[in-house]
Design a binder for this molecule. Structure first.
Ligand SMILES: Cc1ncc(COP(=O)(O)O)c(C=O)c1O
Length: 389
């Protein structure tokens, strides 16, 4: 007979899931925003794939079939995760690639403008800033505070007749601000523009439904909140936008037919945005990470854990006198300042106690990024380590 109550069952599950991450045995791992911890399943899938390549070889029908099937599995699982269909998902090698593929796939003329925020990561900002050098496209910035206070008004005020695109992080990697993506996408659509979201700090931390959000393009990585290998990512391209988004990396993976004279036919769907060969063991790792997230942890459970931990941490840090910079509502990140100590000092002191966080330079702060694998003991370790020299 089972006497355990719901919370004990929940704890059982947390313990079971934590067991799958060897790196958690020693570390309070609070930096999903850079790289998530790797579960055993990902390591096993990658190692087995590599062994197959070494023993069986990388060529031949079986090897090619594995490549095709794994890529299809990744697109399907990722589509399920973000509320898209597989034909709207393209494999990429990072968030950055997805951002660049989108920006370079649109048509630009000198004097066009793009809009973005003051808290973008280089991975999202550089593709836009690069437009200025290449085509004389101007970049306008909206303050995140203004976007949070009045999203529609802020976009309308900054929009010009030449503005074509709003590029923004769904969650700021600096302060953890969660932007109202649906309201922004709706406002931009009314103005006749397009929206490109950088989902590096959202997918795997909070529920993301691209259809509901109404964004046109959404790029995200595998290596952060999804605990996949580095060098992986996905780009969502809304089906209706595919006829007008040109493939920026055309290669054999993008075409279904290529004539001797160089004429070609792109593949249907978002596969036309994939250029050439992907690393198969890495793809197997991403497939295993997505499966682990969706089927072992479970998305709803994972999102609940992330939110619960962040709320508990915010309350504890607040009570200790930390200055929290993350506005509400938040996603997974929590940024704060600790009076009298530089963020770098705090990060170094925490790291000596194996509490893994990072610092941010603008605004200068410490950033905690706790995933579904973190527990109360990790929060206690953080709090205790913060109070020591
Ligand atoms: C908001 C944001 N965008 C983009 C990136 C870059 O990610 P990737 O290495 O997948 O291109 C990061 C990485 O930290 C990020 O936080």
């Amino acid at each position: 007979m089972n006497h355990s109550g719901p919370s004990e069952l929940a704890d059982d599950k947390a313990a079971r899931i934590r067991d799958q991450f060897p790196v958690l045995r020693r570390n309070a791992y609070l930096n999903a925003g850079t790289y998530g911890p790797l579960p055993l399943a990902v390591g096993r899938a990658m190692a087995a794939s590599l062994q197959r390549q070494v023993r069986r070889g990388r060529i031949g029908r079986e090897a090619f079939r594995e490549h095709e099937e794994t890529a299809a599995r990744v697109r399907t699982l990722a589509a399920r995760l973000v509320g898209a269909v597989p034909e709207e998902m393209a494999l990429t090698r990072q968030t950055t690639e997805g951002m660049n593929v989108t920006v370079l796939g649109l048509d630009w003329e000198r004097g066009d403008r793009v809009l973005t925020t003051d808290q973008e990561h280089y991975g999202g900002l550089l593709p836009l800033a690069n437009l200025r050098r290449r085509w004389g496209v101007e970049v306008d910035f909206i303050r995140t505070e203004d976007l949070l206070a009045d999203p529609v008004g802020a976009v309308e005020r900054a929009w010009t007749p030449r503005t074509k695109l709003l590029g923004f992080s769904h969650v700021s990697f600096r302060t953890g601000a969660l932007l109202p993506a649906a309201a922004l996408a709706a406002a931009v659509r009314r103005l006749g523009g397009l929206t490109l979201a950088d989902g590096a700090q959202s997918v795997g931390a909070i529920p993301v439904d691209v259809a509901e959000l109404g964004v046109d393009f959404y790029a995200f990585p595998g290596q952060k909140w999804l605990c996949g290998p580095e060098g992986t990512g996905l780009l969502y391209v809304r089906r209706e936008r595919q006829p007008s988004l040109r493939p920026s990396l055309p290669g054999f993976a993008a075409v279904q037919e290529m004539a001797e004279d160089g004429d070609f036919l792109f593949k249907p769907g978002a596969r036309r945005y994939e250029g050439g060969t992907f690393n198969l063991p890495t793809l197997e790792g991403l497939a295993a990470a997505l499966k682990f997230f969706l089927e072992e942890a479970g998305a709803a459970w994972a999102f609940g854990r992330v939110a619960g931990w962040r709320e508990a941490a915010a309350a504890r840090l607040n009570a200790l006198g930390a200055r929290l910079l993350t506005p509400s509502p938040a996603a997974g990140l929590l940024s704060f300042q600790w009076e009298g100590r530089s963020p770098e000092d705090v990060v170094a002191a925490l790291s000596r106690r194996r509490v893994l966080v990072r610092s941010i330079n603008r605004p200068a702060c410490v950033r905690v990024a706790a995933g579904y694998w973190n527990n109360e003991a990790d929060l206690e370790r953080l709090v205790e380590a913060l109070q020591k020299p």
